[in-house]
Design a binder for this molecule. Structure first.
Ligand SMILES: Nc1ncnc2c1ncn2[C@@H]1O[C@H](COP(=O)(O)OP(=O)(O)OP(=O)(O)O)[C@@H](O)[C@H]1O
Ligand SMILES: [Mg+2]
Length: 372
């Protein structure tokens, strides 16, 4: 029987069956988030390209922080009435946790007192503002010795709701309340022209880039998973699959999934079936990541990337001077775009006056498009 895929799930926002290569990062984040209230390490901005695992990390932090006695507002996407959503989630999570506790301790008074602390006065003439409600919630929970963690996904730093949230958060911190916040977004989300308050806050917050997964972690995970699924693959072929992922979690899921799909009926992975699997994975990745990444850029940004793709080999790396020449612009002008694209996390500096693609297979994608 053809082995079926019980491990891989290439789909955005999906919790992976196994979280590869993020242990150290999570330990460090946890230490910061559970440090003394008011500590700078309690405000974190996670920055990473599409498919780098931001959403998955937020959910993982939610689980781990709950175990540290934190009430968690699970990831809220930046949107209208985001603060209301956050307040609702805090009430929900606090209620669930309290019920669990009451059950364990046989309906303790603490649990009842706890829920009473979250009641709002209904006879008040004006409904309290959302900021006020959030403050009351955090006060009540802090009094009970519990923390509050707010998680925000798909950060757009210039959004008015984000500004409101950050102002509120700073007030909570000012009161000495037991709160922490993690915001996740694309690297470009934070470099946009920002309002002072948000900018100052984000600059002070701990900025954590989501680095590509280490080759060793990826390869060990694939080896384990293929064995578990019942695939037979030559170690050299497996290493080729591992390096093809370039450390992108989403590409890793695609490669794993397609390797299983294309394997021979008896579970053997041959050079040919692997080639097919990698080609399909690359197509999916180009559609889901490369295309959406390019869609957010200006024409000139893309011209720069086209020139880099044409200039560079497999590695997608080249000299800024050569790119300027290809673009027919001055070095200073090309330099400006180099900086913009570095801020957006699409390229990275690679030695003096040189630049490299930071998105896997983007150079390939652009070269192929140029030929069409
Ligand atoms: N550490 C990891 N190990 C294994 N798989 C992972 C890991 N992180 C993420 N994934 C998988 O990669 C894919 C993308 O993850 P996720 O949706 O969290 O990315 P993202 O950074 O939030 O992307 P986007 O910017 O598009 O929202 C999912 O299929 C997820 O299961
Ligand atoms: Mg996401």
């Amino acid at each position: 029987m053809h082995p079926s895929d019980t491990v891989f799930s290439p789909s955005f926002g999906n919790r992976p069956s196994y979280l590869v290569g993020r242990d150290d990062m999570l330990d460090q984040l946890m230490r910061g988030l559970t440090s003394a209230p008011g500590s700078r390490d309690r405000a974190v901005v996670l920055l990473g390209q599409r498919g780098s695992g931001k959403t998955v990390l937020l959910w993982e932090l939610a689980d781990r922080m709950r175990r540290q006695n934190f009430v968690v507002a699970t990831p809220t996407i930046v949107s209208e009435s985001m603060l209301e959503r956050i307040a609702e989630k805090i009430v929900d999570d606090a209620g669930t946790a309290a019920k669990g506790k009451a059950h364990v301790s046989g309906g303790s008074l603490g649990a009842l007192g706890f829920s009473a602390g979250l009641q709002f006065q209904h006879d008040a003439p004006e409904p309290p503002s959302i900021q006020h409600r959030l403050t009351q919630l955090c006060r009540a929970l802090t009094k009970q010795g519990r923390g509050v963690l707010i998680l925000v996904d798909e950060l757009q730093a210039s959004n008015p709701e984000v500004r409101q949230l950050i102002i509120t958060y700073q007030e909570l911190v000012g009161e000495g309340l037991n709160v922490a916040i993690v915001l996740a977004g694309l690297p470009g989300a934070v470099s946009a022209t920002l309002n002072d308050k948000v900018l100052t806050f984000l600059n002070r917050a701990r900025k954590v880039p989501l680095e590509p997964l280490a080759f060793g972690d990826v390869d060990a995970f694939l080896a384990r998973s293929f064995r578990q699924i019942g695939l037979a693959i030559d170690p050299d072929l497996r290493r080729r699959a591992s390096s093809f992922t370039e450390g992108s979690p989403y590409l890793l899921q695609l490669v794993g999934h397609n390797t299983v799909q294309y394997a021979q009926p008896d579970g053997e992975v041959t050079e040919d079936t692997l080639e097919d699997a990698l080609r399909t994975s690359q197509e999916d990745f180009e559609n889901d990541v490369c295309r959406t990444t390019l869609a957010a850029l200006s024409e000139k940004d893309i011209e720069f990337l086209d020139a880099l793709a044409a200039e560079s080999g497999e590695e997608g790396e080249g000299a800024t001077a050569a790119i300027a020449e290809r673009m027919g612009v001055t070095h200073d002008y090309a330099q400006k775009y180099r900086k913009r694209l570095i801020d957006a996390g699409i390229v990275q500096a690679s030695g003096r006056g040189r630049v490299a693609m930071a998105v896997p297979h983007l150079a390939d994608h652009l070269r192929r498009q140029a030929q069409e």
